[in-house]
Write a protein that binds this ligand. Structure first.
Ligand code: PAF
Length: 281
């Protein structure tokens, strides 16, 4: 596996892969890789001859009081993991290489970013859309793979990729979970043992609410119960528990079309997000 740190070197390496023939798939990450990321690599390998993984802790998607400095960085261990998984290129630019000492161009996706994390983390999705648009321009992949755990992010990236005619096929990969149901996330590393146990309440509360709503139960009441379960488990604050249209992410008060339950809440200093499909029974 080649480790590449400049756009010029990346272009040369991608050109060599293209000369070999076969499609190129990109798995964008911020590192601290876990089995969820490896599932993206596995799916990428099933679709493309060559897989590029990017590791870039993107400063522009972190708010001023968020965890940019504390975000786990373990590039050497990450590189070993994806090398063993058969990745061709690790694209690991510096902040200067990515933003040339400050950039004046930003990609902002409207509508779908209005609620949920878009409301809770102002500017976050502008940072995500801009860096992913740049990654697409740098790598020019045929496919790009993202986890469904960041469900709103996936929707924003799909919209950006289509609106900008990137030609990149964006693929969502189901959330990977630990045995107790907690969605895998690099931020789980922040949890103390006690918080880790309490965090199980998040997938459980969502699972219960999804079952109630899917069976035709009252949406507002189900969301309220889920919120109370999170508070009782020690989550504070609960940013949102919402039932939304699976495509547009507009709030829904009845399960009359494909919907998604989404939640974000903080336990100790760690903000966790999760979401579930609501199957209508
Ligand atoms: O999901 C992530 O790890 C990041 O938001 C992404 C898509 C790599 C953009 O920085």
């Amino acid at each position: 596996m080649q480790i590449v740190r400049t756009v010029a070197a990346l272009r040369a390496s991608i050109a060599a892969l293209r000369a070999d023939g076969g499609a190129v798939a990109l798995v964008p990450t911020m590192g601290a890789l876990h089995a969820g990321h490896l599932a993206l690599v596995t799916e990428a390998k099933a679709r493309a001859a060559h897989v590029v993984v990017s590791i870039f802790v993107n400063p522009t998607q972190f708010g001023p009081n968020e965890d940019f400095d504390a975000y786990p960085r373990r590039e050497a261990a990450d590189a070993r993991l994806i090398d063993a998984a058969g990745v061709a290129i690790l694209w690991a630019p510096t902040v200067d290489e990515m933003y040339h000492g400050g950039a004046a161009t930003h990609v902002s996706v409207s509508g779908i970013t209005a609620g949920l994390d878009g409301a809770a983390r102002p500017g976050h999705f502008d940072g995500v859309a801009t860096v992913v648009a740049k990654l697409f321009a740098q790598v020019r992949p045929d496919y790009a793979l993202f986890g469904e755990k960041d469900y709103q992010q996936l929707a924003v990236i799909r919209r950006m990729a289509a609106d900008l005619d990137t030609g990149v096929e964006v693929i969502g990969v189901p959330t990977q979970r630990d045995d107790d149901g907690l969605a895998l996330s690099s931020r789980n590393a922040y949890l103390s043992d006690e918080e880790r146990v309490a965090a199980r309440a998040l997938p459980r509360a969502l699972g219960e609410a999804a079952a109630t709503i899917g069976a035709g139960g009252d949406v507002a009441a189900a969301l309220d119960v889920a919120r109370q379960r999170l508070v009782a488990a020690g989550f504070d604050p609960v940013d949102y528990v919402a039932f939304c249209d699976a495509q547009t992410l507009e709030p829904m008060n009845r399960a009359d079309r494909p919907g998604r339950l989404l939640a974000a809440a903080r336990i100790g200093r760690t903000r966790l997000i999760d979401n579930l499909e609501v199957a209508i029974v």
